[in-house]
Design a protein around this ligand. Sequence first.
Ligand SMILES: Cc1ncc(COP(=O)(O)O)c(C=O)c1O
Length: 435
Amino acid sequence: MNSDINMGQLFNEELSKEIKEKFYHVDFDPIYNTERLFFDNAGGALRLKSANDMFKKIDELPDCPEHSNRTALWLAEVQEKAMEDLKIIYNVKSGSFLTSLTASMVMFDMARAIIENIPGTNVVTTALEHPSSYDSVCSYAQRQGKEIRVAEANPVTGGVDVENIIKLVDENTCVLNVIYASNMSGAVLDIETIVKEARIKKPDLYIICDAVQHMPHDAVDLQKTPVDAMNFAPYKFFGPRGIGVGYMSERAAKLPHNKLIAKSEGEWELGSPAPAHFAAITEIVNYVCWIGGKFNVSDDRRELYVEGMKRINLHERALMYRMLNGTEKVEGLRKIEDVSVYLDYEDLSTRDFIMAIGFENLDYSQAVVEYEKEGVIVFERVLSSLYSVRMLNTLKIGGAVRISPLHCHTEKDIDKFLVATKKLASLGLAAVADN
Ligand SMILES: Cc1ncc(COP(=O)(O)O)c(C=O)c1O
């Protein structure tokens, strides 16, 4: 491993190639038949072939997993296996899982159960939250007449300082809601310390965590960060769209919520979710364990999963390092004239691979259009968007072009992106010269 923690560790060429082949459409847009670099994975990640193929295979079956014919029983086993795999992902032995159409719907359900039922006169959240958690927590708090306390972000790290959150928590806090990693800056919050310190102030504090952006970049571990609710979105984690997943601790799962009366108190599933989605989750875990198995021999699925996510994280860090610093042949983002890297915190071990940049002479939306002309798909975060404005304000930036590659990308992909970026910067300069 590189001695400089910032440099991460690339997969070797052979593994990188194998990984790329396991994903659909990494280099190509099959609708317009053009080459492209898909660097908008924070919006929806490239799809793992095995997850989507398995989804299709299972979804072709009409059988009801609650019935007793052979194939139905097999589907029930598929679902049970996925429940075990969710325990692997979260590293939990107890608690309940819930699913809905989106991670946002899951978040609203989890926030509601806690805020409507747990005493306390205030709720604590951060300004860096996605609207799904911020708005759910604030709406239910308002309905209950609870004070809303908001921790501002740190514009240097791109995250939220532990102290900023903890100072807002007291014995009257009903719930603390905190994002794991920002979908704007990629900053990973120190959830372990936040949970520990918040529970020093209030030992039985309920804590909600949105792990949607962190889950595809590193392993979470609820043994170390025992929160009461945590969600993720399989479609941002190499799987299909159409499901959001949440974990509820044992005590949170028992709080009053929508459920069929005859079901047990910790049951959150309503109706018949598609077994295909569960099968896809198992394929995601299989895939991460397959990477883990390249570096570690173990019979323990969680151990392989953690190793796989660690390797994904290290590879992405190495790509991030290259994107920022470039090479002798290609200038990195930090060096390209007229390009600014926002929230460019030096310690890359605290950042998931999501980057916010801006051009001196191109506005964010224009830059996204120009990138697409160069075959690069990225996304703009602008003040006019309800999905961005609060985060941009707390991070003290006026907007950003968000760049979010995935571990199936390679150094070559990063270099192509840097060449395109340099061209965009010169386009901006040329436009200024023409005026
Ligand atoms: C951090 C974060 N949380 C929650 C969500 C909501 O996910 P979904 O669209 O599945 O509701 C997103 C989506 O972009 C996100 O980035």
